[in-house]
Ligand binder design. Structure first.
Ligand code: BGC
Ligand code: CA
Length: 273
């Protein structure tokens, strides 16, 4: 495994691969970062937390930060497009991802990481809907290749859940446990899916990324040289490089790592707005 970002961040998260580059956030510093051809830079800065980014079909990024959604151009301009009303100040935004029809799913987490004050929301560019309540640390989201399932992580449960997913309606139903990961140190955090339909789940505090089959079997473990692995995405010219973000809790934490794999990822969905 190689280190691809040498500048130490505090909480690198939410990596995406788009337009031949890796973008990711430093949630606590409120920054969006870009890694292109080995060159690392800060693309945009917020004076609040920035928790996730997704590419829009209209040629910019959408970011969840503070209490709302922002448009971020590829030259770093930032513009608020939507603010959530009735914000619960015990929470902040956390992981988010667009589904295949371009709706933005994003969760919130309890700032103390203790109480189930968080929710999962879905935003279509006009309306926002709360789809889950009672979440403590809303985290990884991924969809099965046939879009029949949505995989979801609320970190302290130490489980990956699978919901039935209705792509047309943008609804989730019937929560089931796909796999219980409580045998590992740490908690599941961000995740992505590969072109064979297997999940790659970062274990925060566990120093590893797990590959999990659609039946919930752990088939591979990738060890990372630091324990606080936060999220993963596939990138590189053939989508066969797994990029792993980490938090700065130890000597080797706070960097981005990469591992070349035999399996390909799938292209990131584009936000419809
Ligand atoms: C959050 C962190 C949290 C971690 C583990 C991350 O997504 O941003 O604040 O500690 O998950 O639950
Ligand atoms: Ca996360």
């Amino acid at each position: 495994m190689r280190k691809v970002v040498e500048d130490k961040g505090r909480l690198y998260e939410g990596p995406i691969w788009i337009n031949d580059a890796l973008y990711f956030v430093d949630i606590l510093k409120g920054e969006i970062h870009e890694l292109r051809d080995g060159k690392h830079m800060v693309l945009a800065r917020f004076n609040t937390y920035v928790s996730s980014i997704q590419p829009s079909k209209n040629g910019y990024l959408i970011a969840t930060a503070g209490k709302g959604f922002y448009k971020v151009s590829y030259n770093g301009e930032v513009k608020l497009i939507y603010e959530v009303r009735d914000w619960d100040n015990r929470n902040r935004f956390n992981d988010g991802k667009c589904d295949q029809l371009g709706r933005y799913w994003v969760g919130t987490m309890n700032l103390e990481e203790k109480y189930p004050t968080g929710s999962l929301f879905v935003f279509d560019g006009i309306n926002i809907k709360r789809v889950l309540e009672g979440v403590t640390i809303s985290n990884g989201i991924a969809w099965s290749l046939d879009n029949k399932k949505m995989y979801y992580i609320d970190s302290p449960t130490r489980k990956v859940f699978a919901f039935d997913f209705d792509l047309e309606k943008g609804e989730i139903n019937n929560r089931n446990v796909l796999v219980d990961l409580s045998r590992y140190n740490g908690v599941p955090d961000g995740m992505t899916i590969d072109s064979e339909g297997y999940l790659w789940v970062a274990i925060y505090g566990g120093g590893r990324v797990l590959r999990i089959s659609p039946e919930g079997r752990i088939v591979e473990e990738l060890l990372v040289p630091t324990s606080h692995t936060t999220s993963v995405t596939f990138g590189g010219s053939n989508l066969k490089t797994l990029y792993i973000t980490t938090a700065d809790d130890e000597v080797n934490g706070g960097y981005v790592y990469a591992e070349d794999l035999d399996v390909r990822g799938v292209e990131t969905n584009l936000c419809s707005f």
